[in-house]
Design a protein around this ligand. Structure first.
Ligand code: NAD
Ligand code: MG
Length: 398
């Protein structure tokens, strides 16, 4: 089919070389008559970006790391693809008229400004980048309302809830129940966690994901960020969001209604399904993803999360309860702490100390605007970095 055929959805993937980005491209490749990869972007993985550009022939390719621009440009000189570079190019490309949906699959605070630009340009948002809603949930959801833009969740838990809510538009939610796998350290003590290595933390039992979210899953910060994400996506209070550990990751999350009925969405863990649903919504299309068989799972189990050992989850609830710029503070402190852990500069448990100190020391603002979020993020990163430098070198092996 012709690329400008209006029945084809043009997708911009911010972060096409990552775990979500590459799986989104698999979905697009499976459905060439439905989707076109219109813009692909990466931070620094030039080789993969070049390969993707040659395979998908998008209109635009952006390599955010400007040092890699000449390399990407030269490699793509023989193909009809516009090559741009620099972080600001992300906020520009998402506004291009032909783009229908922007899949935010980049990691961290970096997703905030491009998402704002995409909403202002009226694009449908397929949101994987949960940090954007954690940092500035109120600002983003208000802006989406104002521009009548849909934010479709890609995160598996939120996609599950979104699917459970189909047809329930007039029924109040009593409770959202987010499931958590518990990560590689489920059931472990603080003594054990004090000595865990980067390799152990990166070894997630059920999902293969980018490094940052994998560490967040091991520390339960990922679930904390998801609680905050759920608050903004589904307009509930933090008291209405429960977390239950479900090690098999078959139930992706649940909604409890006011009559006591609970709806769950289930399936094998495979991110291509929520990615595909966000791209085809409100339609479901045929896929060949492996089907779940109850006979192979005689036991689906559930347990309470241990918020004393895994303090990050409790800190995230506290930040959500406080509101204002507090979630922005925990997000920035966590991004720095995770990078520190991955570099071997901070121990696993000390990540929570860094976050907690930032929550206490950074100026709390009740009604932050965009400039305040940018400031809070910057200040928190500086403080978190200095806290890590002052810490005794962690006794961890990489
Ligand atoms: P990843 O690290 O595998 O990929 C990140 C992508 O973003 C890469 O293409 C990278 O080049 C790009 N990127 C990173 N930093 C950037 C920056 N500063 N500027 C521009 N581009 C940048 O990450 P991932 O696991 O795919 O996760 C992406 C997002 O999706 C995260 O917010 C994560 O929490 C969320 N998410 C991921 C999964 C999963 O299964 N991987 C599941 C649910 C939600
Ligand atoms: Mg998730």
């Amino acid at each position: 089919m012709h690329p400008n055929d209006s029945s084809i959805k043009n997708i911009a993937i911010l972060g096409s070389t990552g775990s979500i980005g590459t799986q989104a491209l698999e979905v697009i490749a499976q459905n060439p008559g439905r989707f076109r990869a219109y813009a692909l972007t990466a931070l620094s993985n030039a080789d993969l970006l070049i390969k993707q550009a040659i395979a998908f022939l998008p209109e635009y390719v952006i390599i955010a790391d400007t040092h890699k621009y000449p390399y990407v440009k030269a490699a793509l000189s023989h193909v009809p693809v516009k090559v741009l570079s620099g972080y600001d190019a992300l906020t520009e490309v998402v506004t291009v008229a032909e783009i229908d949906t922007v899949l935010t699959a980049l990691v961290g605070f970096a997703g905030l400004e491009p998402t704002i630009a995409a909403i202002k340009a009226g694009k449908t948002i397929a949101l994987a980048n949960k940090e954007t809603l954690v940092v500035a949930g109120e600002l983003i959801t208000d802006l989406a309302k104002q521009h009548e833009v849909k934010i479709l969740p890609v995160d598996s838990e939120h996609s599950a809830i979104f699917q459970c809510l189909a047809g329930e538009e007039n029924n109040a939610i009593e409770k959202l129940i987010l499931t958590a796998s518990g990560g590689p350290f489920r059931g472990k003590s603080s003594e054990f966690l004090a000595g865990v290595t980067r390799a152990q933390a990166l070894n997630h039992p059920n999902w293969v994901m980018g490094a940052k979210i994998t560490i967040d899953s091991a520390s339960l910060m990922n679930k904390g960020l998801e609680v905050i994400e759920a608050k903004w996506l589904f307009d509930v209070s933090f008291e209405q969001i429960d977390v239950i550990v479900h090690p098999q990751s078959i139930i992706h999350s649940m909604v409890q209604f006011e009559d006591g009925s609970i709806k769950a969405q289930m399936g094998l863990p495979d991110m291509r399904l929520p990615i595909q649903f966000a791209l085809t919504y409100p339609e479901r299309i045929k896929s060949d993803f492996k089907r779940f068989d109850f006979a192979n799972y005689p036991n689906l189990s559930f347990e309470k999360p241990d918020m004393e050992t895994f303090r990050n989850l409790a800190l995230a609830y506290e930040a959500l309860n406080k509101g204002g710029n507090m979630p922005c503070i925990i997000n920035a402190a966590n991004e720095v702490a995770v990078a520190g852990f991955l570099n071997g500069d901070v121990g696993f448990l000390h990540m929570s100390d860094v976050i907690e100190t930032c929550m206490q020391k950074i100026t709390y603002l009740t009604k932050p605007q965009l400039a305040d979020y940018l400031n809070t993020d910057k200040e928190t990163r500086i403080l978190a970095q200095s806290l890590i430098q002052q810490m005794p070198k962690a006794a961890i092996t990489i």
